[in-house]
Design a protein around this ligand. Structure first.
Ligand code: SR1
Ligand code: MG
Length: 410
């Protein structure tokens, strides 16, 4: 049995299997276990351990000293503590919408949690053209509860500042500052883009000083606006689904930042699913039905978020000045502005930057992929530059529709 109590080391599948036996009150002493490393994200190692007889199972997520995608990213394993603590907090704010945490080990930097193998990662499900009629309702409850209930309008300000301190996350924030807000907007050597898309980015984005100024404002908004305890990486690869259930996972990028960051990530990644369906589905009727479901879901998420936000505000606000007439509307409008801006940044960075999405990279036909990338960049720029006038779900779809028309003409 390896020594898990003296010094940290990155585990193999064999180590993780033995480690699972040390989790108190989970597997029986003589259980026959098997273990597989199933992580497909950019950063950590994820082991699934199963009792071969009872089928009882758990997940061990271990943080290594560097990101899995590249040793260039040296990352504090403190992200594993942050993930554990925010999952516990989110399970109180948004019950049933996050996995249960069983155990945390600050020496081995492991979080042991509920196995969600009966669910599917939303990005993969969308690439198989599955629909989830309850998703908009579930994700808006998660967004409103985790974002509004951790903000200064609800929490005591000292309690909120203590949380801000506890969730300081400089290294993971630096990844987003670089990969989302900086590198996509110049000819950075870490970018990874196809030559025609590079030419398009040069002509449409990198040479437009007025646009670049807006991206700089947004970067500083991300770095300085400690509004809500955000998930920080809420793309469709961070969400598990079934037809009845939604579970938000992987909150290791969490910190106090702009609430719109999480909502914008959800919307942009649904747009990527739309672009994938548009390029890949052959049957015209099936394509239309699936795209309609995606646009309907985007509209429902924005409009239901606003509705639930307003209701939750009325029920939970404690800050005296937040009750002044007009303040709730002002606050919600600023969250929607940030949502639009982040939708734009995410659309740009997943096309231009280091970290891509399978929705786009798996488009078989190169011309169709380039067309989808153009749509994402046209829409991304529009979301950023027109962010203050984007308020409804319909507004979001209007921008996508305009970008599709522009890409077809160019
Ligand atoms: C180095 S990490 C690259 C990306 O993967 C994560 O999921 C975040 O989205 C990050 O930007
Ligand atoms: Mg992740």
């Amino acid at each position: 049995m390896p020594d898990f109590t003296t010094a940290y080391f990155t585990m193999t599948e064999v180590d993780a299997l033995e480690y699972a036996r040390t989790i108190p009150h989970f597997f029986s002493d003589n259980a026959t276990l098997s273990c597989l490393e199933i992580g497909d994200g950019n950063i950590n190692y994820v082991f699934r351990v199963v009792d071969d007889v009872t089928k009882k199972s758990l997940i061990i997520k271990q943080a290594g000293p560097t990101a899995r995608i590249s040793d260039e990213f040296k990352l504090s394993p403190d992200r594993n503590r942050i993930e554990t603590e925010i999952l516990k907090l989110q399970s109180k704010l948004a019950p049933d919408l996050v996995p249960k945490v069983y155990y945390y080990d600050s020496l081995m930097n492991c979080c042991v949690m509920e196995d969600l193998s009966d669910h599917q990662i939303l990005r993969k499900a969308l690439l198989e053209y599955k629909t989830f009629p309850l998703f908009a309702d579930h994700i808006t409850t998660f967004l409103v509860n985790t974002l509004l209930l951790t903000s200064d309008v609800v929490l005591g300000h000292k309690e909120k500042k203590a949380l801000t301190k506890n969730f300081i996350n400089p290294e993971l924030c630096e990844i987003s500052e670089d990969l989302v807000y900086t590198e996509p907007f110049y000819n950075c050597n870490r970018n990874d883009l196809l030559p025609p898309t590079k030419a398009f980015a040069e002509a449409q984005l990198w040479s437009d000083d007025a646009f670049l100024l807006e991206t700089a404002k947004l970067k500083f908004e991300f770095m300085t606006h400690a509004q809500s305890l955000i998930h920080g990486d809420l793309h469709t690869g961070s969400i598990f689904v079934t037809s009845e259930s939604t579970k938000v996972i992987d909150p290791e990028f969490a910190f106090y930042g702009p609430a719109g960051y999480d909502i914008g990530n959800v919307i942009a990644n649904l747009i990527f699913a739309y672009l994938h369906a548009d390029a890949q589905i052959q049957d015209a009727a099936q394509k239309d039905i699936y795209k309609d479901w995606l646009t309907g879901t985007i509209i429902e998420i924005i409009d239901l978020f606003s509705k639930k936000f307003t209701a939750t505000w009325k029920e939970h606000v404690t800050e005296r000045t937040a009750n002044y007439p007009g303040f709730a509307e002002y606050y919600l409008a600023s969250v929607l502005t940030d949502t639009a801006a982040v939708t734009g940044c995410e659309l740009c960075r997943r096309i231009i930057g280091l970290a891509h999405v399978a929705d786009i990279t798996s488009i078989d036909n190169l011309d169709q992929r380039l067309h989808a990338e153009k749509i994402a960049l046209f829409a991304g720029k529009h979301f950023i530059t027109h962010r203050t006038s984007i308020r409804s779900g319909h507004d979001f779809i209007q921008i996508l529709t305009t970008a599709i028309a522009r890409a077809s003409q160019s």
